[in-house]
Design a protein around this ligand. Structure first.
Ligand code: CO
Length: 285
């Protein structure tokens, strides 16, 4: 039986975004560093308010979805639709920009740790111009499942199968069928999970390094790196150098052309020019 192997490592690079938020970008650090339909993954993690206090003031998006998942800290989301979402530790927000959203994400703390992730997932051509929508996911709405050998999994999107039990995350019904889980393993812990054949998948190790693959082909993924999974079948992940925490993401690839200009992700240059013109003319949304 085939299984997934670690095919490519995308190390994160330190950068900043918004009004000067320090972060580490793995997917999306370059146009070729994408895993269709995943466009970008940023990790922000700091105890120093200077690294996050400026936040992400009002800015637009068109053509994809943004998913913010908080581990520590408190941010407030506001958008042109009138949504106000409190992002609390262990919570998430799923925002479908569609034809256009204008939003801000601002820290609600002046000290302490701010830590989490922002993921960008592409929309199919047929859905890029659909109306924007927003979903606030409270920490208690994300199921946490204990692993048989120790550790746990939080399920943000899709369905997981653990120990013969299926657990569904709060986000369902998206065309690319994303699976988004946050896994914590003790030292020498093991995580084994199916991934639908043909779906793209990657792992982001955010605490500790990992050993990925079955016995015939085990490869090491260093911390703060994204590991793209090749092949088909299930994936086996071990924490061989101490406890570890990682995100596991999978989704159905779109196989459509991607043209990105900052916060706009479309299929053609003309559509990007339209997005810029619409934004300048106050017609984005
Ligand atoms: Co944004």
């Amino acid at each position: 039986m085939s299984s997934r192997r670690l095919q490519q490592i995308i190390p994160s690079v330190a950068t900043s975004d918004g009004a000067g938020v320090s972060l580490r970008r793995s997917l999306g650090r370059a146009p070729e560093a994408r895993v269709d339909p995943f466009l970008m993954l940023d990790e922000f993690s700091s105890d120093d308010p200077d690294d996050y206090i400026a936040g992400f003031p009002s800015h637009p998006h068109r053509g994809f979805e943004t998913v913010t998942y908080m581990l520590d800290g408190h941010m407030l989301h506001e958008d042109h639709l009138g949504n106000r979402g409190d992002l609390l530790p262990g919570g998430a927000q799923w925002m479908t920009a569609g034809r256009g959203i204008i939003h801000s994400e601002m820290p609600q703390q002046e000290s302490g740790r701010m830590r989490g992730f922002q993921l960008w997932i592409n929309l199919p051509a047929a859905e890029k111009m659909k109306p924007a929508s927003y979903c606030d996911i409270r920490p208690e709405d994300i199921p946490t499942v204990a692993l048989p050998g120790g550790g746990e999994v939080r399920v943000i999107a899709g369905r997981v199968q653990i120990d013969g039990r299926e657990v569904a995350g709060p986000v369902q019904g998206i065309t690319t069928e994303p699976l988004y889980m946050d896994v914590r393993l003790p030292a020498n812990g093991r995580f084994h999970h199916p991934i639908p054949d043909g779906h793209s998948a990657f792992v982001y190790a955010y605490e500790g390094s990992l050993a990925i693959g079955d016995e015939s082909d085990v490869r090491r993924l260093p911390a703060q790196s994204a590991g793209v999974l090749g092949g088909d079948g299930p994936v086996t992940i071990r924490a061989t150098d101490g406890p570890a925490r990682f995100l596991l993401l999978a989704a159905r690839p779109l196989r459509e052309p991607v043209v990105q200009y900052g916060p706009f992700v479309m299929n053609t240059r003309e559509e990007i020019e339209q997005a810029v013109a619409d934004y300048r003319a106050n017609r984005l949304t």
